[in-house]
Each structure stands twice: as structure tokens, then as C-alpha cells.
Write a protein that binds this ligand. Sequence first.
Ligand code: ATP
Length: 213
Amino acid sequence: MTEAGSGIRIGLCGGTFDPFHRGHVEPVRAIFESMEWTTVVYVPAWAQPFKTGHTTSSPYHRHAMTVLGTIEDPRLEVSLVELEKECVSYTVETLRHFRSLHPQSTLDWIIGDDNLEKLLEWKSLDEIFELANFAVLTRLGPPARLDPALRRRVCPVQDRTTAGAIVFAENEALAVSSTRIRELVRTTGSAGDLLQPVVAEYINRSGLYRMTT
Ligand code: ATP
């Protein structure tokens, strides 16, 4: 899709959010204006193709944590579209949904750069590029590896159109992952400042992650 579009730019961020943490929200808020987003929608997955069997808290808790972690910023929303399907979520299906709602808008599927290595394995990747761009956030770790087959899609943020590109956001990396938080809560009872206080309180009150491996 290469038409000029509506001028509306929507960021979409899928994940298991098990739990939702500062790394999910702070980089997005930091680049919100430079990406010229109108809104960013978080899309908790019922289950992810690459993570089946890995989630340790229920979709209801993961949805609640995502809502709590975004509620203070009116630019951020949470979608139920994948949770309501109650099955493994494929990004291409989710993007068809958002594209039907926003036929003329720029859609940016936000991912951390840890996703780049497996990007070619995503279901219907060609169709995904017809539906949206990828906006890639830097995480701490080895430099992101992008398959040479995808390099022609890389372009500066301001040059992207409504779909089809890969853009690298210039965010400050935040060394936090849900895996690390689950481990910290299980072993020490607390994840320190890796979580927003309201999410930490929810985890504490709900007794999440204490008994998981
Ligand atoms: P886990 O440790 O359980 O694999 P995670 O911390 O990677 O989880 P996800 O729910 O899988 O969290 O992440 C959703 C999206 O947010 C993914 O695209 C992921 O790469 C991205 N993301 C997660 N943490 C960060 C971070 N610290 N900085 C930038 N992006 C992040």
C-alpha cells in the first residue's frame, strides 16, 4: 500500500505482557512524537506462536496488567481483539482487523529488535508488509540481525508510507524483560523498579509468578 494515506499513524504493539513492564511502555512513549503516532494500541496475545507453553499467568491477568500499565497516558489503548479469539494469535490476522478499521492510515507494528532474527518465520510475512510497517525498538543485547532479504525494506522513519517498510526507532534501550521479572518475583518476591508501581502492586496482590518456574 503506497498511497499518501490519511495522515493518521497508528502504532500497534503485540505481546504476551507476562507481565507488562517498563520496557513495553517507556520506549514507546519516548518516541511517540518523533514517530508522529496518533495513538498506540497494545494487543495482548491469547497465546503466541513462538511462545506456546511459556506464559505463566492467565490472559485475564495479562490484560489487567496491560491496562494498568497504560492507563495514565490517554494516547495509549489496549485492544481485546486477540484475547477474544481465545487461540494462538497471528500478527497477520490482527493486522487484517486493524487495516479494515483504518484503510488509509499508516500502521506500524512495534517490535523489539529481538524479533528480527525470526522475522522471516512469521506467518504470511509478505501480506504483513502489505498491511503495515515494522517499527523496531532497540533492546539491550547483541546488535539486531536483519536477514539480507529484508534489508531493502529499511527506510528512515519520515520516509515510510502506510505499509511495507522497516524503520528503526531511536529509543534509549531499557534492559528489562518479562522473563527476568518472573524470575526476580519468584526468587526474591519483588522486581524492584523494572515494573511500574501499579503493576507491581497488582502482581503482589494477585500472588502472580511466585510459584512458577
Ligand atoms: P519474555 O521475557 O516473556 O519473552 P518480553 O519482555 O520480551 O517477554 P513480550 O510481551 O514478549 O515481552 O514483548 C512484547 C513486545 O515488546 C515484543 O516485540 C518485545 O520485543 C518488546 N519488548 C519487550 N521488552 C522490551 C524492552 N525492554 N525494550 C523494547 N522492546 C521490548
